[in-house]
Design a protein around this ligand. Structure first.
Ligand SMILES: [Zn+2]
Length: 276
């Protein structure tokens, strides 16, 4: 009798240990990021804001071809009271989860929207504390500090992420790359530009057309892993500027374009996943 109890306890302990090991692996290893991180390493060196991303490395191309068709919808620069709620409602209506690359100052203004994003099962990326280029890119350490500040803010809301994205798709210096590596973090850009990051006003048709041609371009090269860049906010853009006014028009267009873009990926056989 005693032996069987002892055996049962041993089994439970083994199972617990195994479970903890699995949890640790999941916690330490960014799950879907390895492939996309590779993409981002390429795009990191090739990126120019406003242009399509070209992934040219042969190894990466082969790696991407092997995967099933997957799309990662990403939204930068929020959360924002004007646009985030509608984006969340569209995602919910379409049963799609996305990754929000959030900015610290926007989180402080709209903590309830961050909670809603979390509650509705979306993932998060760190997009710096304040998105102000002259501050965050004053030095490599300034960008690292901005990431750390936003990371601490996210942790205070019980959000842990291993994913970062530099505002403006800024090219990373060796010091930042080393810090990211040491902290098990990835810097992830995108390989599909919808056009909504342009500093001018666009209508929804422009965004849909740009996305369609970007997708065709990737499919022509058998690239099955698609990271789509969209925006749900305007963090870092001065409120009284002409750019803010123009880009606000594009944000409205984002709301109209999103359901069409989601349908486009569904019709083309893509599965929606998130970056963690
Ligand atoms: Zn941004």
């Amino acid at each position: 009798m005693k032996k069987s109890i002892l055996a049962a306890i041993t089994v439970i302990i083994c199972l617990l240990a195994l479970n903890i090991a699995v949890i640790n692996i999941v916690a330490k290893k960014p799950t879907v990021t390895s492939t996309i991180a590779s993409t981002s390493q390429i795009t990191d060196t090739q990126h120019q804001l406003g242009q399509n991303q070209n992934v040219s490395n042969a190894n990466i191309q082969n790696e991407l071809k092997l995967k099933r068709k997957t799309v990662y919808l990403t939204f930068d620069d929020g959360p924002n009271k004007k646009w985030t709620p509608t984006i969340l409602s569209i995602l919910a209506a379409n049963h799609v989860k996305a990754t929000f690359f959030v900015v610290g100052t926007a989180i402080e203004k709209n903590p309830e929207l961050l909670e809603r994003e979390k509650r509705e099962g979306h993932a998060f990326g760190n997009h710096s504390y304040d998105h102000i280029y002259r501050e965050i890119y004053a030095s490599p350490q300034a960008y690292i500090d901005s990431l750390k500040k936003n990371d601490a803010l996210l942790k205070s809301k019980n959000i842990t992420t291993f994913v970062t994205r530099p505002p403006g798709g800024h090219r990373l210096d060796p010091e930042t790359k080393k810090w990211l590596r040491e902290n098990h973090m990835k810097s992830i850009l995108w390989n599909l530009w919808t056009g909504d990051g342009d500093k001018i006003a666009h209508d929804s048709q422009f965004l849909v057309d740009t996305t369609q041609s970007g997708l065709s371009n990737l499919e022509d090269r058998d690239m099955n892993q698609v990271v789509v860049l969209m925006h749900d906010g305007l963090a870092g853009v001065p409120r009284n500027s002409k750019i803010y006014k123009d880009m606000s028009i594009t944000r409205e267009a984002d709301l109209e374009a999103l359901p069409i873009i989601i349908r486009m990926f569904k019709q083309n056989g893509y599965t929606f996943e998130v970056l963690k």
